[in-house]
Ligand binder design. Structure first.
Ligand code: GLU
Length: 303
């Protein structure tokens, strides 16, 4: 079986140039390595009506294509719950009644790593659990992690060690959590190459460890640099004309936008197909690309 890469946007709004560049890279990495390319809409959370359809239309307008039907994560929740059940049967989960506020306020567990869930609910007795249930507190389900850190290999970052705490598998409202859903979906969809923004690198040790617990092999990871604004912050909608619709409204063509993205990667090309001819994964710039959107109203201190 050939493997597959994927792009997995959350339909929380329109894709901006940073997201489009990551999508282009995911497509290039898959296609240059002979893999299929899948598209998965991660619609368990933060769904804005119509956003998924616009995201797919934007990707197609730039000339990206994908294999097979688009997967909607919300259609796979039975698979997510089945994986959670397997972990529970193996004694690898526990209910957590902590509110976000309680977690923020409690100091990190003694000797525990920074940012880790402090473990308040890890060793509750049945009686203590019954009290919390009787209070009507919604329970999230956490992983009973056997480790504090896990090492992954990333094609751009090399070996990367990061935190694995008792992270949430199922939220208090019953929805599968992102870290669980992404692992189950990638593995069950035959995804063996994950190209995504490097803001997700810190979550990757958790995901790779979870994959191992579920008996899945971890995909190859490529965490690509984000696009930054002139202030060095991650590009966002408020930075001005940053979506495809914004750029088209300024009179640019999809070909010019692909050319802009290709230029940021060090290539001259006006379509993904043209770029595929010349793209070499090992030459990917390791530095973030800074984008200055024209059409943004800039305040100048001078009269
Ligand atoms: N849906 C996630 C996002 O848009 C990306 C998940 C992933 O690529 O693993 O941030």
């Amino acid at each position: 079986m050939i493997g597959a890469g994927r792009f997995a946007p959350s339909p929380s709004g329109d894709l901006h140039l940073g997201n489009l560049r990551t999508a282009l890279l995911a497509w290039l990495f898959a296609r240059t390595t002979g893999r299929a390319f899948a598209l998965r809409v991660e619609d368990l959370d933060r769904v804005r009506p119509g956003a998924a359809e616009r995201q797919l239309a934007d990707l197609a307008a730039l000339g990206l294509d994908w294999d097979g039907p688009v997967t909607w994560q919300s259609h796979r929740v039975d698979r997510h719950h089945a994986a959670i059940d397997r972990l529970t049967e193996a004694g690898l989960t526990y209910e957590c009644y902590c509110t976000r506020r309680e977690i923020q306020q409690s100091a990190t567990a003694p000797h525990g790593p920074m940012g880790a869930y402090p473990g308040a609910c890890r060793d509750l007795t049945d009686a203590e659990r019954a009290v919390r249930r009787a209070e009507g507190r919604p329970a999230a389900l956490r992983l009973r992690s056997g480790i504090n850190e896990f090492e992954i290999a990333d094609e751009l970052h090399g070996r990367y060690r990061g935190l694995v705490d008792d992270f949430v598998l199922r939220r208090g409202d019953g929805t599968p959590a992102y870290n669980l859903a992404v692992v189950v979906d990638d593995a069950e969809q035959g995804i063996d190459q994950v190209v995504r923004g490097d803001d997700l690198l810190p979550s990757t040790p958790r995901q790779a460890y979870l994959a191992a617990l579920l008996g899945f092999s971890a995909p190859r990871y490529v965490h690509v640099p984000l696009v930054l604004n002139h202030a060095g912050k991650r590009l966002a909608k408020r930075d001005g004309a940053v979506t495809l619709a914004d750029r088209l409204a300024l009179g640019e063509t999809p070909g010019q936008i692909v050319a802009l993205l290709a230029d940021s990667l060090g290539y001259r090309a006006h379509s993904p197909a043209e770029l595929l001819e010349v793209f070499r994964p090992e030459s990917l710039p390791g530095q973030p690309w800074t984008f200055e959107p024209l059409g943004v109203v800039q305040y100048s201190g001078n009269p």
